[in-house]
Design a protein around this ligand. Structure first.
Ligand code: AVJ
Length: 322
C-alpha cells in the first residue's frame, strides 16, 4: 500500500494508542495487555495456523455446523437481509452462509484491517456478482453506521462467527450485544458462534497445543511491542500459560515471567517478579442457557441453535425483541 500523508498519520495514531494501552496495562496490578493487539501480520498468520491444529476444535466444529446447516440458517434469517459481518477475516464460513441465504440484499463485512477487508471484499464480489458487497472499515466495538445498499433491504442481521464474543467480559459482551440490537433495530437478528463449556482437558488442550503455535501467538504480542514500540522484552524469559477457570467458564491466558527481571518501554521500567503473569486474553465458554440469558439482557431472544455432533460449539440465531 502507498504511504500517503493520511496513511502515515493514521499509522502514527495507531502506534500512540498501542503504546498508551501497553503502558497502562503494564502499570496495572496484575499486569495485562489487550488481546486485540495479537493480530498484526505475523499474529494473524499464527492464528490461521491455530485454526488448523488438531487440538483447536473450535474452527473445525463451526465449519462443520455451517456446512451442514447454512441453508436452515438462511431460511431462519429470511429474505432481503443486509448481512453485516463482524471481524470478517478471510470469510470461509461466510461463503456457506451467503450460499444459504434466500435473496440477500447486501453483504457488509466490517473489519479494522483496511487492507484485508478490501481484498476479501473484491474476492467475494467476484464470486457473488448478484450480492452487493459493501465493506466498512470500522471497529465494531464502537458506533458506526450501516451503508446504503442499491437493493433495498427488509432487515439487517449481524453475523458474528468464531466465538470472538468470548474475548469480552460478560459486562462488555452485553454492551456489544446491545450495540447490535441498536444497529439492526426492529426485525433484525444475530447469528453468532459460541464455544460451549465442556471437559477441562479438551478445552485446555486447544490452548496448549503440542507444537507450541498458541505459545508463539501469545508471545508475538511481546515481539510486536519490541518491534513497534521499541520495547526490550526478552521473549526467552516469558512462558505461555492457559488455564481453564471452570467457575467463571473461561480460559485465562497469560505470559509468565520465568524469573525476576526488568523491562523498559516508553521511558518507563517495569519490574517482574519470578512467576509473575501478564494477563493477555480471556476466552469465555458458554452454556446455551447462559448465553441466552446474557443476550436477553441486551434485548435479544434466542430463536434456534445448531451444534456439532460432540456438542462442543454452537451457532445461535437470536431475534431483536421478545
Ligand atoms: C479468536 C477469540 C476465538 O479465544 O479461541 C486462540 C483466540 N487465543 N488461541 C479463542 C485464541 C488463543 C480465539 N478467538
Amino acid at each position: 500500500m502507498k504511504s500517503t500523508p493520511v496513511i502515515k498519520r493514521r499509522a502514527e495514531r495507531a502506534r500512540r494508542e498501542f503504546l498508551h494501552d501497553a503502558l497502562a496495562g503494564l502499570r496495572a496490578s496484575p499486569k495485562r495487555l489487550p488481546c486485540k493487539y495479537f493480530y498484526d501480520k505475523r499474529g494473524s498468520k499464527l492464528f490461521d495456523q491455530i485454526c488448523q491444529l488438531d487440538e483447536y476444535y473450535l474452527t473445525r466444529c463451526e465449519l462443520a455446523i455451517m456446512e451442514r446447516h447454512a441453508e436452515e440458517m438462511g431460511q431462519q434469517i429470511g429474505r432481503g437481509v443486509m448481512l453485516v459481518e463482524y471481524g470478517s477475516g478471510s470469510s470461509v464460513k461466510t461463503r456457506y452462509l451467503l450460499d444459504g441465504l434466500p435473496d440477500p440484499a447486501a453483504y457488509v463485512p466490517v473489519d479494522i484491517s483496511d487492507e484485508h477487508l478490501h481484498e476479501t471484499a473484491r474476492e467475494l464480489q467476484r464470486d457473488y456478482p448478484r450480492i452487493e458487497i459493501l465493506p466498512v472499515c470500522a471497529d465494531f466495538t464502537t458506533d458506526f453506521t450501516l451503508p446504503v445498499s442499491n437493493v433495498e433491504s427488509t432487515h439487517a442481521a449481524v453475523y458474528f462467527p468464531g466465538s470472538t464474543i468470548g474475548n469480552f467480559l460478560p459486562s462488555r459482551a452485553t454492551e456489544l450485544l446491545e450495540r447490535i440490537t441498536r444497529l439492526c433495530g426492529t426485525g433484525g437478528g444475530l447469528l453468532i458462534g459460541i464455544d460451549l463449556q465442556k471437559d477441562v482437558r479438551t478445552i485446555e488442550a486447544a490452548y496448549n497445543d503440542r507444537r507450541g503455535v498458541t505459545a508463539q501467538f501469545n508471545l508475538n504480542l511481546l515481539r510486536r511491542i519490541n518491534r513497534e514500540l521499541d520495547g526490550n522484552f526478552d521473549l526467552e524469559q516469558f512462558a505461555h500459560r492457559a488455564i481453564y477457570n471452570a467457575r467463571l467458564g473461561r480460559v485465562e491466558i497469560s505470559l509468565v515471567s520465568r524469573r525476576a527481571q526488568v523491562v523498559a518501554l516508553g521511558g518507563e521500567v517495569f519490574e517482574f517478579g519470578n512467576d509473575e503473569p501478564i494477563h493477555t486474553e480471556h476466552s469465555h465458554k458458554y452454556t446455551i442457557d447462559g448465553f441466552a440469558a446474557m443476550a436477553a439482557e441486551a434485548g435479544l431472544t434466542l430463536r434456534r441453535e445448531w451444534t456439532d455432533k460432540d456438542g462442543y460449539f454452537a451457532v445461535a440465531h437470536l431475534a431483536i425483541g421478545p
